[in-house]
Design a protein around this ligand. Structure first.
Ligand code: 5GP
Ligand code: ZN
Length: 113
C-alpha cells in the first residue's frame, strides 16, 4: 500500500525505532507513547485491520501475540503489559494497517489507552 505509513516504515521510507523484526512482523516504538513502554507490532504484509484479516493471516496474527511478552520484557515491562488492537471506526483505529499496541512499564497501566 503506497499511501500507508506503516508500510512505509516496513520499507524503510519513514524512520522508526525498531525493537524486533523477523520475516513476517516488525515491532517499533510508538511515536507518541502513552506509557514508558509503548510498542506497535505489525505484520509486514499490509492487512488493514482485524475486520479484514483472513484465514491466510492466522500465522502472522499468532506471531504478533506470541512475541508480545518477549518484546515487553526487553523494553522494560517485565511484570506484564496490555495488548490492544483498535479495530475500525468504533474501535477508534487511526492507522489503517493492523497493529497491536504493547503498553507497559514499571507501574500498572491504566484501563484505557
Ligand atoms: P491506533 O489509534 O490506530 O490504534 O494507533 C495508531 C498509533 O500509531 C498511535 O498510537 C500513534 O501514536 C502511532 N503512530 C502514528 N504515526 C506514527 C509514525 O509515523 N510512527 C510511529 N512510530 N508511530 C506512529
Ligand atoms: Zn500498510
Amino acid at each position: 500500500m503506497s499511501d500507508c505509513i506503516f508500510c512505509k516504515i516496513v520499507e524503510g521510507k519513514i524512520p522508526a525505532t525498531k525493537v524486533f523484526e523477523d520475516e513476517d512482523i516488525l515491532a517499533f516504538n510508538d511515536i507518541n507513547p502513552v506509557r514508558p513502554v509503548h510498542v506497535l507490532v505489525i505484520p509486514k504484509k499490509h492487512i488493514t485491520s482485524l475486520a479484514t484479516a483472513g484465514a491466510d493471516d492466522t500465522v502472522v496474527l499468532g506471531k504478533i501475540l506470541a512475541k508480545a511478552n518477549e518484546i515487553a520484557v526487553a523494553q522494560g515491562s517485565p511484570d506484564g503489559f496490555r495488548v490492544i488492537i483498535n479495530t475500525g471506526r468504533v474501535g477508534q483505529q487511526e492507522v489503517e494497517h493492523l497493529h497491536a499496541h504493547i503498553v507497559g512499564g514499571p507501574d500498572p497501566v491504566g484501563p484505557m489507552l
